[in-house]
Design a protein around this ligand. Structure first.
Ligand code: SF4
Length: 127
């Protein structure tokens, strides 16, 4: 059985917080926890792709969302994933008031710092 925790960001195209969700997940699955985690494309989950659904159904998932609409969390749950953690980018952003995080396509240094913090939170939940 596939034991890797699935870490799934929202799509968040056009928003810096969406970019931060995606970057935090990539940092986790590529750099911090490559042996114990992997990601799955949210668009495939939403459109009912059988391979994507099989990767999450009944298995541990962590979602990372860029805004209160919680698209990743809602859709992973609806597709049968077991949510062991629902990360909200805004929870970490709130701790960095007044900083600039970048644009929807490129993070500034402060944005990079925040995604590193989020990735560490995800790592702590996985290990
Ligand atoms: S959670 Fe918010 S930022 Fe992310 S895809 Fe949904 S609407 Fe966009």
């Amino acid at each position: 059985m596939d034991k890797k925790v699935k870490v799934i960001p929202c799509s968040g195209i056009g928003k810096v917080f969406g970019l931060m969700a995606r970057e935090a997940v990539l940092k986790t699955v590529i750099e911090l926890c490559p042996e114990t985690s992997e990601t799955v494309c949210l668009a495939h989950i939403v459109t009912g792709d059988t391979e994507a659904k099989a990767k999450i159904e009944g298995l541990d998932c962590i979602t990372v969302d860029g805004c209160p609409k919680m698209c990743a969390s809602k859709n992973v749950s609806a597709a049968g994933g077991i949510l062991i953690e629902e990360i909200k980018v805004l929870d970490t952003v709130k701790e960095h008031k007044g900083k600039k995080f970048g644009s929807p396509t490129m993070l500034d240094a402060d944005g990079e710092d925040v995604i590193s913090e989020i990735a560490m939170k995800i790592k702590e939940r996985i290990t």
